[in-house]
Design a protein around this ligand. Structure first.
Ligand SMILES: Cc1ncc(C[n+]2csc(CCOP(=O)(O)OP(=O)(O)O)c2C)c(N)n1
Ligand SMILES: [Mg+2]
Length: 314
């Protein structure tokens, strides 16, 4: 657990996510990237703030929109890029793509494309940790759309009933693909519904990295004192469409919301708090790390045809 917010590290991780995903947009139409992708541009502050508050022993469950969670956890960037390229040195030997990242060395559990599937898995993991009296808190990232699934609430109920050490990080961009939250449920905030299950729940607005860090640090502190589940509803605005390669057609209100979010980009705010020299060094480091990762992907081989069915369980 970390109590001090490290601005330099937050800026570095934020920039590494932003530049990586910008590079994905740049390369996508060349067909070098072999899998569908889902970008997080605009909502990186959540992954960075949450990750900086965690320890090595904590366990991360993410989803198909996982680049930001993966990079913020300082998981292996070379392997992530190789996976995007469908190469055998990728996280799933190039057979999974962007939606199936993993890094066991960082306790980053393999992700899935199916909405809400990681939620019961994460709760099961938290149950095992408690049952075996092992250290660590489970962090489960999910979208607002994931809470439209019945299994989400069954899982929350179980986590609450058994006082499990888990933090649900709801990244609420208000959309499930192109359906606004208001068209999917009545005006009953996710935090209020979670509280009805006995789960302490906090809504965080403003999209500031430090606020997500503080809230997560506080949850971890309380979990260390007494095992219990928390839900953080992190309000955010994603700048691009569901996939992220293109920008959607926007209504005036949506356009203004995105413009407003861009004008309050926390990457810019973090940069302002750092000396110019640090900013230059970090920018150089980020550029080099992404170049190296792309070289790693390009110089890797595709998996052999003979291993087509290896590790395929379905
Ligand atoms: C069980 C299931 N139903 C539908 C889909 C299609 N689908 C993919 S992403 C998505 C929206 C999920 O929205 P949300 O949880 O808010 O996450 P976001 O994409 O906004 O990050 C849907 C419906 C799916 N992958 N799995
Ligand atoms: Mg959403």
């Amino acid at each position: 657990m970390n109590n001090l917010f490290d601005i330099k590290k937050a800026y570095y991780l934020f920039l590494l996510i932003r530049r990586s995903e910008e590079k994905i947009i740049e390369l996508y139409n060349t067909d070098k990237i072999k899998s569908p992708v889902h970008l997080s541009i605009g909502q990186e502050a959540i992954a960075v703030g949450v990750s900086l508050a965690l320890s090595e022993s904590d366990i991360i469950f993410s989803n198909y929109r996982g680049h930001a969670h993966f990079i913020a956890r300082e998981a292996n960037l070379d392997k992530m890029w190789a996976e995007l390229y469908g190469k055998s040195r990728g996280t799933a030997r190039g057979k999974g793509g962007s939606m199936h990242l993993n890094d066991y060395e960082k306790n980053f559990i393999p992700t899935s494309a199916i909405v809400s599937t990681a939620v019961p898995e994460a709760v099961g993991y938290a149950f095992a940790l408690k049952y075996k009296k092992q250290e660590g808190t489970v962090v489960c990232y999910h979208g607002d759309g994931a809470t439209d699934e019945g299994v989400f609430w069954e899982s929350l109920n179980f986590a609450s009933l058994h006082s499990l050490p888990i933090i649900f990080i709801c990244e609420n961009n208000k959309y499930a693909i192109y359906s606004h939250q208001n068209t999917r449920s009545l005006n009953n905030p996710i935090v209020d519904r979670a509280k009805a299950f006995g789960v302490s729940s906090i809504r965080i607005s403003g999209n500031k990295t430090k606020n997500f860090f503080d809230a997560t640090s506080d949850c971890i502190k309380q979990i260390k004192k007494k095992s219990q589940p928390f839900l953080l509803e992190c309000m955010t605005t994603r700048w691009r469409d569901h996939v992220g390669i293109t920008i959607p057609e926007l209504s005036k209100a949506e356009f203004e919301e995105i413009e407003n979010a861009k004008n309050n980009d926390d990457l810019v705010e973090l940069e302002k708090q750092l000396p110019e020299d640090d900013v230059l060094i970090i920018n150089k480091k980020v550029t080099t790390e992404i170049e190296n990762a792309i070289n790693f992907a390009e110089s890797s081989n595709f998996p052999e045809e003979s291993e087509l069915y290896d590790n395929v369980l379905a």
